[in-house]
Design a protein around this ligand. Structure first.
Ligand code: APR
Length: 320
């Protein structure tokens, strides 16, 4: 059986980390694509030189020619510009939309059967545009946000309860922005829902509210500290979990930006929802029951996504 092939479009901070993680996990051979000459080649060679020490076998190469991504099984897109302090994810629309057009066409022409994971921000609008530009089926084009937002939520909760991160499950729904919806009811520690933990005196509602807000601001917190870019380790880990679920047909239930076709009352838009990822791509969008307050937050989040999609359509009328 030959190895799988993974193309990483964008060889910056996230792209380099993705290559290292995919190598360490032996998910397949890796091609890093970037428009900056030398960078993808240099990162690929550097990681390849770590492989004898770490003991993994994966061919690593760098390229600025889309032909080299031909036949990829998975494509992870980070091409574009990241946030700087004071910028919101939405400030990136104009620049990154142009990047999505060239990337989408590159994928369409070279690996139309791939499972495509988009990380470029503003995520929900960029993955929507990438699906349109590439013409790939919507169940094969997905956005990475929910796994990252949930990981942040899980980490903060594990810290608060002083328990292993492994025993904390959490869900974050909605768009990847300030309006995201960290679900308190569906998040648990060892199966115990958070509201029960408040009743048990393990934490207070006030503390929980602060953690929810910190989760919403999780990306900005890192941008504020780094000052020259945005988060890259946790975003890369999150996308690798999605790629692995596809490549190994694990059928994990992961919150992802998926195209909705009537689910949650939304159509032709990408929004963060629980999904099952297996060999068929997004095999299922899981519709969980939302209470009145959650419904309201979710609909505010969907409106924010809608506003971004409208901006994209104004910039590029082909998307209208
Ligand atoms: N095609 C391919 N690569 C491109 C293109 C393009 N048209 N335009 C830019 N790039 C490359 C840049 O050369 C750079 O190497 O994309 C890479 C982006 O890397 P970084 O600037 O280090 O950004 P990173 O932190 O990896 O984040 C990438 O993910 O989380 C989001 O908001 C973030 O949109 C940003 C993206």
């Amino acid at each position: 059986m030959s190895r799988k092939k993974i193309a990483l479009i964008g060889g910056g901070q996230i792209g380099g980390t993705l290559a290292l993680l995919a190598g360490l996990k032996e998910l397949g051979d890796i091609v890093i694509f970037d428009i900056v000459d030398g960078v993808p080649q240099g990162k690929a060679l550097d990681i390849a030189e770590a492989s004898p020490v770490e003991g993994f076998d994966a061919a690593m190469s760098g390229s600025s020619d889309y032909k080299d991504i031909a036949g990829s099984d998975v494509v992870i897109v980070t091409a574009g510009v990241p946030r700087k302090p004071g910028m919101s994810r939405d400030d990136l629309v104009e620049t990154n939309l142009k990047v999505m057009k060239s990337v989408g066409e590159g994928i369409r022409d070279n690996c139309p059967d791939a499972f495509v994971i988009c990380i470029t921000n503003p995520l929900d609008a960029m993955v929507w545009a990438l699906q349109k530009f590439s013409g790939l089926p919507a169940n094969k084009v997905v956005g990475m946000a929910g796994v990252l937002d949930s990981a942040r939520f899980r980490y903060f909760l594990a810290e608060e309860f002083n328990v292993s991160v492994e025993d904390v499950t959490a869900f974050v729904l909605g768009g990847h922005g300030d309006t995201m919806v960290p679900s308190v009811r569906y998040s648990t520690v060892g199966g115990i829902p958070l509201p029960d933990l408040v009743k048990m005196g393990w934490t207070t509602q006030e503390k929980l509210d602060q953690i929810v807000q910190r989760t919403r601001d999780g990306g900005a917190e890192i941008v504020g500290l780094l000052k020259t870019g945005s988060a890259f380790y946790a975003p890369a880990s999150s996308a690798i979990a999605m790629a692995e679920s596809y490549l190994k047909d694990k059928k994990r239930l992961l919150p992802c930006a998926a195209q909705l076709n009537g689910e949650y009352g939304v159509s032709d838009r990408y929004v963060g929802v629980p999904t099952i990822i297996g060999a068929g791509g997004i095999e299922k969008v899981v519709e969980i029951e939302l209470d009145a307050a959650e419904k309201e937050m979710f609909s505010t989040s969907v409106k924010a996504v809608e506003g971004l999609v409208e901006s994209c359509q104004k910039i590029n009328p082909d998307l209208a």
